[in-house]
Design a protein around this ligand. Structure first.
Ligand SMILES: Cc1cc2nc3c(=O)[nH]c(=O)nc-3n(C[C@H](O)[C@H](O)[C@H](O)COP(=O)(O)OP(=O)(O)OC[C@H]3O[C@@H](n4cnc5c(N)ncnc54)[C@H](O)[C@@H]3O)c2cc1C
Ligand code: FES
Length: 301
C-alpha cells in the first residue's frame, strides 16, 4: 500500500481523522523522527499545531491518544500529504510509537490547537527550543522568513544527544545559538542565559518558545525584561486533545485582566507568555489560583 486512507471523518472545524501510514523513520540523537502519510491534514496545518495519535493498536487498553507537535508537513508529493513528528520514548505510548515499522498504520487526528501567531510587520524574531521542543520551530522559521522577518534560533538541551535540529536550524535561521546544561555542545548553561544578548543584538520584537514549562517561564521573563513579546507553546498533560475532558486546563489571564482556567488543547497550546499564570505551576503540577474564576473558596463546598 502506498498511502494512507482517510476515514472521511472531520473531527471538528479544520480537523481530520486519518489512518496514517508510516513511510519513514529515523533516529536523531535521543529522538525518533517519523513521517506519516496523512491526506488532508497537511493542507490544514499551521506551525504550532499538534496531532493526537492513537497508540497500542486496535485492541490496546491504552485508550488515550498521545499528542505531538507537528514538526513539518508536506501537502503533496509521491505519497500525497505527509506529516512529520519527533518523538522521545517516555512511557508505553511513546515507546509503542518509536517501535513502529515502515508501512504500519496509526490513527491520527489533527491539526489541533492554536498556531503561533505571525507578526503583521517583518520584525526580527528569536525562536527558542528546548529538547524536542525545537521540532515545530523550523517550519515556523520558514513562515516568518517568507514574511521578511530576520529569524534567529536558540536551541538548548541537557546534553548534546537531546538537542534536536541544530543542522536544520542553520538552514532555516539567520543565526543559531546552542546551549547545553553540561557544555557537551555550544555554550554551557540554559537558553535563558544567552537569550538577553540575542534579543539585544537582533532587536527582536517577538520571542517564540517551545519546551519544558520552566524554560517557557524563563524566556517569558527575559522577553519582558528586554521589551519583546513571548509566544509560547505549552505542553500540559492532555487526555482527549480536543477540548472535551478538561485534563489540560491551566490559568491564563484574559484581556480583561481576569484569570480563567482554559483548555490548553483548544485555547492553546500557544499562549502569550505574559498571560500565563506561571506562579500556579510547581513540581509538574498546576493548581487553580485563588483569584481565578470558579476557584474553590476556602472553607466552601
Ligand atoms: C501539545 C503537546 C505537544 C507535544 N509534543 C511532543 C513532541 O513533539 N514530542 C514528544 O516526544 N512528546 C511530545 N509531547 C509529550 C507527549 O505527548 C507525552 O510524552 C506522551 O503523551 C507520553 O505518553 P506515554 O504513554 O509514553 O507516557 P505516559 O506518561 O505513560 O502517558 C501519558 C499520557 O497519559 C495521559 N495522562 C497524563 N496525565 C493525565 C491526567 N492527569 N489525566 C488523564 N490522563 C492523563 C495522557 O494521555 C498522556 O498523554 C507533547 C505533548 C503535548 C500536550
Ligand atoms: S485534553 Fe481534553 S480538554 Fe484538553
Amino acid at each position: 500500500m502506498s498511502g494512507a486512507t482517510t476515514h472521511g471523518t472531520r473531527a471538528g472545524s479544520g480537523v481530520v481523522q486519518v489512518t496514517g501510514e508510516l513511510i519513514a523513520t529515523r533516529r536523531v540523537g535521543a529522538y525518533h523522527h517519523l513521517t506519516f502519510v496523512a491526506p488532508g491534514l497537511a493542507e490544514l496545518a499551521r506551525p504550532g499545531q499538534f496531532v493526537a495519535l492513537a497508540v497500542g493498536g486496535p485492541t490496546s487498553a491504552n485508550l488515550l491518544r498521545r499528542c505531538f507537535s507537528i514538526h513539518k508537513v508536506s501537502p503533496s508529493g509521491t505519497y500525497g500529504g505527509t506529516v512529520d513528528v519527533v518523538v522521545a520514548a517516555h512511557g508505553p505510548g511513546t515507546t509503542w510509537i518509536t517501535e513502529l515499522r515502515a508501512h504500519d498504520e496509526v490513527d491520527i487526528v489533527g491539526p489541533l490547537g492554536r498556531a503561533f501567531p505571525l507578526p503583521k510587520e517583518p520584525v526580527p524574531c528569536v525562536l527558542v527550543g528546548g529538547g524536542y521542543g525545537s521540532a515545530p520551530l523550523f517550519w515556523l522559521a520558514e513562515a516568518l522568513r517568507e514574511r521578511g522577518c530576520h529569524v534567529e534560533m536558540v536551541l538548548g538541551a541537557a546534553t548534546e544527544s537531546r538537542l534536536f535540529g541544530v543542522v536544520e536550524a542553520r538552514r532555516h535561521a539567520d543565526g543559531v545559538t546552542v546551549t547545553t546544561d553540561d557544555g557537551s555542545a555550544g555554550t554551557r548553561g540554559w537558553v535563558s542565559d544567552v537569550l538577553p544578548d540575542v534579543i539585544r543584538r537582533t532587536g527582536a520584537a517577538v520571542v517564540y518558545g517551545c519546551g519544558p514549562m520552566g524554560m517557557l517561564r524563563s524566556i517569558t521573563d527575559v522577553a519582558a525584561a528586554e521589551g519583546a513579546v513571548a509566544q509560547v507553546a505549552v505542553e500540559e498533560s492532555m487526555a482527549c486533545g480536543v477540548g472535551v475532558c478538561m485534563t489540560c486546563v491551566m490559568p491564563v489571564v484574559g484581556k480583561d485582566g481576569t484569570t480563567r482556567m482554559v483548555r490548553s488543547c483548544v485555547e492553546g497550546p500557544v499562549f502569550r507568555g505574559d498571560r500565563v499564570r506561571w506562579d500556579a505551576f510547581s513540581d509538574g503540577w498546576c493548581r487553580v489560583p485563588d483569584d481565578a474564576v470558579g476557584a474553590p473558596r476556602a472553607g466552601g463546598h
